[in-house]
Design a protein around this ligand. Structure first.
Ligand SMILES: C[S@@+](CC[C@H](N)C(=O)[O-])C[C@H]1O[C@@H](n2cnc3c(N)ncnc32)[C@H](O)[C@@H]1O
Length: 255
């Protein structure tokens, strides 16, 4: 067994694995990347500052899953490359990823950016609102409290990017309900799509996760084959999918 302590609770959660997964040198972190690769990358990524650092510490101490540092870096690149200004997020938790995306948008858009983020856990949503206020982004980031599968249909506006980081078994539903709100050329980004390697490797599959894994596989197959999307799946963190919307997506025959 191997245990590695990291600054982020999402990572810590997946750190302990039997040696059966050891290959080359060290174990597979999150069953997706080798520990030595992840250790190296985490050593290269500059540490966060200010409120983001505080939230990382809070997340670690309170077992709140937030995006891992490598995924945070990917999101930063996507946001800045696309000069993204309007984001719809599913899965706020304590507001870490919202504030992260807001911080990057602020760097080129000043106050001219907006995020709508949805969180079903009331306590988390309240905490996120407090953190967003502390970050001075309360005019730009709106937290909607409730189940995204019920709220998404009523969200108004057009978005440059949609970031999904919530119930993994519902990614297809979240997509069906939100992709029409993504502008052409916009990005549909999902975290945790490889789900601790279970999506790719049968021997890792836990019985109670079978339904989630089947749904994730169906989702990944859909976004990969869909001609209206250009998709890539990256084995980073717990797996990230990025789909660029080329045309309006029709679900009728495919879903
Ligand atoms: C991984 S955490 C989000 C982390 C956050 N994106 C970050 O990196 O800072 C997932 C969150 O999604 C929320 N969630 C799960 N299913 C949801 C749903 N159907 N609607 C809204 N929120 C949901 C959970 O309560 C949890 O707080």
């Amino acid at each position: 067994m191997h245990r590695i302590k990291r600054r982020n609770s999402k990572t810590i959660k997946y750190m302990v694995f039997p040696c059966i997964f050891c290959r080359v040198r060290g174990d597979l972190v999150s069953n997706i990347n080798h520990e030595y690769i992840q250790s190296y990358l985490y050593g290269v990524i500059p540490p966060s500052q200010g409120i983001l650092k505080e939230l990382e510490e809070y997340a670690e101490q309170n077992n709140v899953p937030i995006v891992t540092p490598d995924v945070a870096g990917l999101i930063a690149v996507l946001v800045k490359t696309g000069r993204v200004k309007r984001i719809l997020e599913v899965g706020t938790a304590i507001g870490y990823s919202s504030i992260l995306m807001g911080t990057h948008m602020q760097s080129y858009a000043g106050k001219d950016f907006s995020i709508i983020t949805i969180e079903k856990n009331e306590e988390s949503a309240e905490l996120a609102k407090q953190n967003i206020k502390k970050a001075g982004m309360e005019d730009n980031i709106k937290v909607l409290t409730g189940d995204a599968s019920e709220l998404l249909a009523s969200v108004e506006g057009s978005f440059d990017m949609i970031f999904v980081d919530a119930a993994k078994g519902q990614y297809m539903d979240f997509m069906e309900q939100s992709i029409g709100k993504l502008k052409l050329g916009g990005l549909f980004v999902c975290d945790n799509v490889l789900f601790r390697g279970m999506v790719a490797e049968r021997s890792l599959l836990k019985r109670r996760k079978i339904t989630i894994v089947k749904r994730l596989r169906k989702f990944l197959e859909f976004i990969s084959k869909c001609e209206e999307l250009q998709t890539t799946i990256i084995p980073m963190g717990d797996g990230v999918s990025i789909s660029c919307k080329l045309k309006e997506v029709s679900f009728n025959e495919k879903a």
